[in-house]
Ligand binder design. Structure first.
Ligand code: MGD
Ligand code: MGD
Ligand code: SF4
Ligand code: MO
Length: 759
């Protein structure tokens, strides 16, 4: 059947990287085109699918992409706001007028306030190098710069906490090495649903076939728990550090730690190895045994907090400590939470004290960028130098709109002592992070509505998103099938995927690059912006870079295009193992930490003198919204907004196929639904003091009692009373950030659920 389609007269097939939009993967698609229209999308067909170089098999989102590509609601022409900001009323304008207006506002704001009043926010929709936010960042940088940001909505706590233990985030072995493992703890990790590198779930499956036992620790019986795990351990969200601490308690009392490795490779485990000047301070062992605080972190203690039976905790501790080599993989859900730094550090410490660091089949935990050099994610479209030195944590942009001037280190500001401006102009490209994906939508919408506070907002997207509704100028970007791009792996793998322009941009849409280049021309910096290159020219530039720095065998762009291979990959024959040298010779190959060793006790954190929120050893700290706090009286249920299969964040929420397969639902346990009189499929109202959403529910024992979940990313759709009608989790989430990383803690919230009145 497939062959027949391929042979259709006039039809051509193009292999390309999936547009993917920060979906956690990078897959190969075969796109069939007839008469300038995409008619069908299929997956990787490369022969010789091996463990060393597996096919990059597409998921339903990539395969169903046609219904995004040809969606009737695509933005077609430039528009300007005609109603009040946020009302969503727009009128068509010409490209000339749109470009004039954006360039004019950039010049005005620069003249009145200076460059530091402008901002290009976090936004991950365009991930093919020559698309997305970096095109606007280059424009800004050439125009004198804009307020910068650091960290991400994905990995803030894990990326900040991992180096406090290891001095680096490159703590991951290449994934083929999982096949050497005998025991894999998938902690808050769900690669069968929330992709974490194309093929991660495949390698886990292969490891199991070779005898590894796999355990999933997650409040949800996630698709990974169902399809990849031998055991599901439901855990109360935000309490993982308590379970990990109790596991250490078992290991200490039953003498299961790798004492020799601790002695030679770690600091701060016990009183014999405290950093100079900290000799009398609480060591990790002290914390676990309760020598100073009087609370031994026993499995009994942890059972009350985590809901995991003490016997299970003790058994998992024994299994992990004795079945070697073992992997404790940390997903990002557990760190997108209050005090998310602690669980990351605790997981790394477990790996260290069991001696699983630096050995084949082991795993150091934490951020786990791919050894030996951090893997992909390291060449991007050149945004150039940002002359504005100030930078804020990505999540704190709304604070910088409200009260930027004067914000300093206590708000995570780096590069300057204090910000000299509030944000006055935002240029959002491929970002729904101003509204939909940011926390506390009702609050954020209020901030954005104020036209005196934020003076100008330009949004560049494929659709009229909830962020777009607040735009003063809306610019229609074409999709990634309609321009040139290039991709590397998301986090793992050694591939380069070519994304040739497959069809023409429809209506008046243009590529992100072309739009920014026009604005640059208007501002008199057109030449500097393009350097004479078009989108294809920049792809050629990127391939040259990859060839020089990582992939000497990478073909030229012409060859690559002619071959229609779509992907260039380097087989992994000997998977790299992080910290191998350090393991062998800790003195000759010290870690880039202050002590050169694995820092179970961090003097750097100790010196911050915030022991209650940033302790020097990893500790369980009750979250600021918790079933154990007073807030639970009104809002007794913990709510998580997990990353579901149907979407990439808010992208693809409007695709009918995906909606049909995975309708937006609140997942709730029958034990919580029953007393509330809620039946399966009924509409429920989920609310707290920040907002409310009405959405149908799914009763399921695949989520533990006391916890509900609503897949993140549904488009905020408020009714006339302000109640969201689509199940958008961020009407409920909090803008409060984590203490050390200044990261988003969007998974930490308490809510109440009731039967919806009326419809
Ligand atoms: N299908 C799909 N895949 C994606 C994405 C997508 O939008 N859709 N997004 C991609 C991106 S950008 C990212 S950053 C990653 C995100 O990847 P993650 O952040 O790892 O994804 P989450 O779904 O937030 O969390 C993973 C799991 O942790 C569980 N969890 C939540 N809180 C806790 C907790 O306190 N303890 C424990 N033990 N488990 C907890 C959730 O139930 C979930 O099953 O995914 C990538 N992959
Ligand atoms: N409650 C809660 N909130 C979360 C999370 C969570 O777990 N829970 N996860 C967080 C995480 S990990 C992330 S990464 C963020 C993601 O947040 P965002 O980076 O904002 O991602 P999306 O919501 O997918 O929005 C991307 C936008 O880019 C547009 N787009 C796609 N391709 C292109 C293109 O080529 N050009 C242009 N101009 N536009 C394009 C899409 O239409 C879409 O509107 O969300 C965060 N928000
Ligand atoms: S995992 Fe991502 S890159 Fe792969 S097909 Fe799905 S959406 Fe595309
Ligand atoms: Mo993310």
């Amino acid at each position: 059947m497939r062959k027949k389609i391929e042979k259709d007269a006039g039809e051509r097939m193009v292999r390309t990287g999936c547009p993917s939009h920060n979906c956690g993967g990078r897959c190969l698609l075969r796109v069939f085109v007839k008469d300038g229209v995409i008619t069908r999308i299929e997956g990787d067909d490369r022969p010789g699918d091996t463990l060393e170089d597996p096919q990059l098999r597409a998921c339903i989102r990539g395969r169903g992409y046609r219904h995004r590509q040809y969606h009737p609601d695509r933005l077609k022409v430039p528009m300007k706001r005609v109603g009040k900001r946020g009302e969503g009323k727009f009128a068509r304008i010409s490209w000339d007028e749109a470009v004039d207006r954006v360039a004019g506002e950039m010049s005005r704001v620069k003249g009145k306030y200076g460059n530091s009043a402008m901002f290009v926010p976090y936004g991950t929709g365009g991930y093919s190098q020559i698309t997305g936010r970096q095109t606007a960042q280059r424009l800004m940088n050439l125009f004198g710069g804009s307020l910068g940001f650091y960290n991400s909505y994905s990995w803030a706590a894990i990326a900040a906490a991992t180096p406090t233990v290891y001095g680096t985030s490159v703590t991951g072995n290449q994934r083929q090495d999982w096949l050497n493992s005998k025991y894999i703890l998938m902690w808050s990790w769900n690669p069968a649903e929330a992709r974490d590198g194309t093929n991660s779930e495949y390698f886990i499956r292969m490891a199991r076939e070779r005898g590894a036992r796999t355990v999933c620790v997650d409040p949800r019986m996630s698709p990974s728990a169902v399809s990849l795990a031998d055991e599901w351990v439901p855990i109360r969200p935000g309490t993982d550090t308590a379970m990990m601490s109790a596991m250490v308690h078992v290991m200490i009392t039953e003498d299961l730690c790798d004492r020799e490795f601790i002695r030679t490779h770690c600091v701060g485990f016990d009183e014999t190895q405290m950093p100079p000047g900290c000799e009398g301070e609480e060591s990790y062992r002290d914390y676990i045994l309760g020598t100073q605080d009087g609370t031994p972190k026993t499995p009994e203690w942890a059972e009350r907090i985590t809901g995991v039976p003490r016997a299970t905790i003790a058994r998992i501790a024994r299994e992990y400590a004795t079945t070697k080599p073992a992997v404790l993989y940390q997903g990002y859900g557990m760190q997108r939470r209050a005090y998310g730094e602690q669980v990351v550090r605790a997981g790394c410490v477990l790996a260290a004290i069991t001696g699983n660091v630096g050995i084949p089949g082991g795993w150091a935990g934490g951020m786990a960028l791919q050894a030996p050099d951090g893997g992909p994610l390291w060449i991007v479209f050149p945004t150039g130098h940002n002359p504005v030195k100030a930078s804020i944590p990505s999540f704190l942009w709304s604070e910088a709109v409200l009260r930027g001037k004067g914000m300093g280190p206590e708000d995570g500001v780096v590069g300057v002592d204090r910000l000299d401006n509030n944000i006055k102009l935002i240029y959002a490209v491929a970002s729904n992070c101003l509204v939909n994906q940011h926390a506390n939508i009702n609050r954020t919408a209020g901030i954005l509505r104020d036209e005196e506070r934020l003076e100008f907002l330009v949004v560049q997207d494929n659709f009229l998103t909830s962020t777009g509704r607040f735009a003063d100028i809306l610019l229609p970007a074409c999709t990634q099938f309609e321009t040139w791009g290039v991709e590397d792996g998301w986090k793992y793998g050694d591939e380069v995927l070519l994304m040739p322009k497959i069809v023409e941009p429809p209506f008046e849409t243009k590529s992100d690059y072309a739009i920014c280049a026009e604005i640059a021309r208007k501002l008199g910096i057109g030449e500097a912006y393009t350097k004479g290159r078009d989108e294809r020219g920049w792809v050629e530039w990127a391939l040259d870079r990859y060839r020089k720095t990582r992939f000497p065998g990478l073909p030229s762009l012409d060859e690559f295009e002619r071959s229609n291979a779509g992907v260039y990959s380097v087989p992994v024959t000997k998977p790299a193992v992080a910290f191998e040298d350090f393991r062998r010779d800790p003195v000759g190959h010290p870690l880039p930490t202050p002590s050169g060793r694995i820092e179970i006790f961090s003097q750097k954190l100790f010196d911050l003198k915030k022991p209650a929120s940033i302790p020097a050893v990893p500790k369980y700290i009750q979250e600021w919204e918790s079933p154990f706090g007073p807030e639970a009286a009104k809002y007794p249920l913990q709510a998580v907004g997990h990353h579901g299969l149907a979407r990439v964040h808010s992208t693809l929420d409007n695709v009918d196929w995906l909606n049909e397969a995975f309708p937006q639902r609140l997942f709730i346990n029958p034990l919580d639904a029953g007393p509330r009189g809620i039946k399966d499929g009924e509409a429920v109202r989920v609310f707290n003091e920040r907002g409310a959403t009405v959405v149908p529910c799914r009763l399921t024992t695949r989520i533990m009692p006391g916890v509900v979940t609503l897949p993140q990313g549904a488009w905020w759709t408020p009714d006339e009373k302000g109640t969201d009608r689509r199940g958008s989790i961020n009407v409920l989430t909090s803008e409060r950030w984590t203490p050390f990383a200044f990261g988003n803690a969007q998974h930490t919230i308490m809510v109440q659920v009731e039967k919806a009145k009326g419809r």
